[in-house]
Each structure stands twice: as structure tokens, then as C-alpha cells.
Ligand binder design. Structure first.
Ligand code: RP5
Length: 161
């Protein structure tokens, strides 16, 4: 049973999906991945979404980026959209974020497959205390790194002539 279902609009979106997979693997969260396009294969999108037992969907899409919204139309589970960067960049971001009232998609930053996965883990952690603890541990590790970086920068600054 997969907890997270990653659907990309194209094979070319895989590098962004890969960032999500790395995070999900780190937290030991089961996932599935498939390619399906809102425009090229709408029936396949419906079949995949309605047939899935995942708790959270992550959808990576570029250009007009209808896919996350179409996924959201077929489920009441949370959908996290990741705009894939392209020639224009803001096209996909604005498309994903501008959903009509009642059918929201949580939109992360451009190509931020990693943040999409972290948000998915946070949603799953609502009912999984062990997962929540792992997230807290990682936040502490991040904070400790900032302190180490600050000391390193102060040291570099002292050397500047
Ligand atoms: C979108 O169009 C996909 O999500 C992809 O980001 C973009 C380009 O797709 P390909 O032409 O590479 O298949 O639907």
C-alpha cells in the first residue's frame, strides 16, 4: 500500500519527481509513481486517481500544468502541485496555484519536489507520531547546521583584509 502517489505530466518531469522520491525514501514512506497527462491522457488520470489508495498525491507538471488541478477534481485527498520550470517559468506556478474555490491544490515552489515530499510527510505525520518525531529531529539538525554555518561565516569574515 502506497502512502503517496506521484504523478508527473511527462517523463521529462522525472528530475523533479526524483527530488521527492529521495525525501520519501529518507522517511521510509511508501510511494508509487506514474506518468499521466491531463491533456494527452485525461481518462488515464481519472483511472489512476480513483483507483489509488494513496493518502496524498504529488503532481509535477509544467507549461499549462493542469494536472494537479485535474487530480484534485477526482479526489478529496490532499494534492500537492509542483510547477516544473520551463521557458516561461511562472506559467506552471500560476496555473497550479489559481484553482477555483472548493478544489484546492497546495502549490510548492518551482521544481521543489523535495518540499512537496516534506509537506506530504507532514500530512502523514498527523496520524503517525514516529514520523512526526523524525521531522522534529530533522528540524533540530537544520537549526544546528545554521549555527555551525554562522560560526564558519564569522570565522571567514575575521580573515577578510
Ligand atoms: C507538461 O508539459 C509536462 O508536465 C511537462 O512539464 C511539459 C512538457 O512535456 P513534454 O513535451 O516534455 O512531454 O504537460
Amino acid at each position: 500500500m502506497s502512502k503517496v502517489f506521484i504523478i508527473t505530466g511527462s517523463k521529462s518531469d522525472f528530475p523533479v519527481a526524483e527530488k521527492a522520491i529521495k525525501v520519501l525514501k529518507k522517511y521510509g514512506v511508501a510511494y508509487d509513481i506514474a506518468v499521466a497527462s491531463a491533456h494527452r491522457t485525461p481518462a488515464r488520470v481519472e483511472k489512476l486517481v480513483t483507483g489509488s489508495d494513496a493518502d496524498v498525491f504529488i503532481s509535477v507538471a509544467g507549461l499549462s500544468a493542469a494536472l494537479p488541478g485535474v487530480i484534485a477534481s477526482f479526489t478529496v485527498k490532499p494534492v500537492i502541485g509542483v510547477p516544473a520550470s520551463g521557458a516561461l517559468n511562472y506559467d506552471a506556478l500560476l496555473s497550479i496555484v489559481q484553482m477555483p474555490p472548493g478544489i484546492p491544490v497546495a502549490c510548492v515552489g518551482m521544481d521543489r519536489g523535495d518540499n512537496a515530499a516534506t509537506l506530504a510527510v507532514e500530512i502523514l505525520a498527523l496520524s503517525d507520531p514516529a514520523l512526526a518525531q523524525k521531522l522534529k529531529d530533522d528540524r533540530e539538525a537544520m537549526a544546528a547546521k545554521v549555527e555551525r554555518d554562522s560560526e564558519a561565516v564569522a570565522e571567514e569574515a575575521r580573515k577578510v583584509e
